[in-house]
Design a protein around this ligand. Sequence first.
Ligand code: PLP
Length: 388
Amino acid sequence: MDEFESARADLDRYLQQVGELNARYRAGGIHVRVPEALAGDEPLEDLVRRLLPASSAALAGAARSLFFSLPVAFDPALSVGPYLATVDRAPDGDPYRFIDMGAMIATHALGENDPGVVEALLREMACVTSRYAHSEYQTALSLRLKARLDRIAPAGTPRHFMVNTGAEAVENAIKAVLLNRVKTSGEPDGGFIVSFEGAFHGRTLGSLAVTHRKKARLGFPTFEWPHVSFPALDGSDRENARREERSLKQLWISWSRVFSRKRTGGGRASAASSKRSTGSWRGRARDALAFVAARRAEQSADLLKRSRRVAAVLVEPIQGEGGVRMTSASFMRRLRLLTRIFDVRCCSTRSRPAGARPGAPGRTSTSICRCHPTPWCGRRRRKTACCS
Ligand SMILES: Cc1ncc(COP(=O)(O)O)c(C=O)c1O
């Protein structure tokens, strides 16, 4: 008897379904489809209970879970492209389908059941079912992945480090930048990390310190580090520019004054000097290195010394916790310039590189930039904390 017979039959069925679904999708045959009555005035929960009973039953069966956000259960096997299939079926037997505007919080940039992704994952089945990456035990797959990361990393990125979850990536990035400060500043502790209002970086104690929502941190012993405003792009150009300016100033002030050990007296940053430091950075600095060197030369020795208390700035270019909030590329460039002038690490986290799956290893990558205004990350499966 072949002990894999039934698994093989299931896999064949699934692959055939993936092929057919993709053919339908590519021929324009898949559309959003929800029960018509879903547009009614009843509360959404009531509508879902009545119109999507299979979803409701699946959710009720897992009711002891801590978090539910959407009151719908999806069927990954029948989802395709940006269309999430529900476990509920329409009268003709096809699932209802929602369009996933958030690409599963950016985990599915290539869409659901993309044939290339399915094929690549199945090829590595042997590695996926066993432990396939660990610092002690290297495998052909983990080494191939690391070699690939080495190849695509921008020059000047000497190290990468693999972990399993977003929170772990952030946690290790925090440790890396604090350790860097201990080693380079002569201080006994690594200083602090500045993050942004609205930020979410995971549920471990360390990542809670850089997560903004007070409720998430309530009662837990974590660090009280500063959060500055996030310049979300949702106003006029003028308003956006004003917000960006304000964020940069808050950042600059947070390390030049608020967290200074000497809070008063000489060397305290004045509003005028902060304006000088950030106000003239609009547009592209043609020669970033020369610009950074010139601005650095303008700073007082005392301020440069105090800025060494700042281990890093941690930013999500696209926030997801309170709705999708983006900032501009120009803000990211100016943020990078500011951190380079003061030799502060700039950690950028993005939720979930393409190909990674919720509930499985590999959703968030964190990069720590030293030399490069453009952060980078590995693309597939594992989280990376790329340290330079
Ligand atoms: C930006 C960001 N960082 C970290 C995390 C935590 O990731 P994980 O749930 O994999 O620990 C998330 C999760 O949503 C996230 O969006």
